[in-house]
Design a protein around this ligand. Structure first.
Ligand SMILES: [Zn+2]
Length: 168
């Protein structure tokens, strides 16, 4: 700790104070002096506050990202499960009655969701704060949509395979 000395404006005695100290009592004449914060200290405080804000933004962004990933997993699970169920329904009742029609409807719904789902999910990408590290940012590129569509198709395909295996 750097000790700074000032001259008492009352008695001209030398008063020592530490950084961060806001008031000091003169040991010679007992007058109390207010110490103005020095610019370096103010700058340091501001930098600390800015760092804390950035930290909070980072935590918030990572939470958003986590919930975004959860939504993606739920979408893929639903696509997987619905494909499996629609396979069951069409196999259980293949005479072209209600259940069969319902199964086919599900197939169409899942197929549509393969393309609609990723677009919906992509629109939910949390905006990254300006000072977030590059590797943590979620890239909202065309590649992301392609990747999401591919995962959706894979989920439907796996659902179909699971349906075939379980139905036997
Ligand atoms: Zn004094």
């Amino acid at each position: 700790m750097e000790i700074t000395a000032i001259k008492c404006p009352n008695c001209a005695g030398s008063i020592n104070y530490l950084p961060g100290q806001r008031a000091v009592k003169c040991p010679y004449c007992d007058s109390v002096l207010d110490i103005k914060a020095d610019p370096a200290e103010i700058a340091l405080d501001l930098a600390k506050k800015k760092y804390q804000n950035a930290d909070a933004a980072r935590v918030g962004y990572l939470n958003n990202l986590r919930s975004w990933k959860t939504k993606g997993r739920i979408l893929l699970t639903v696509q997987f499960a619905l494909t499996m169920i629609s396979y069951f329904l069409t196999e259980i009742n293949s005479e072209g009655t209600g259940l069969y029609n319902f199964g086919m409807m599900l197939v169409v719904a899942v197929f549509v969701s393969i393309f609609a789902g990723p677009i919906w999910l992509k629109s939910k990408i949390p905006p990254a704060p300006q000072n977030i590290e590059e590797q943590l940012k979620l890239k909202g590129s065309v590649l992301l949509t392609i990747k999401l569509v591919a995962l959706s198709i894979l989920a439907m395909f796996l659902g179909l395979i699971a349906g075939v295996i379980l139905y036997r």
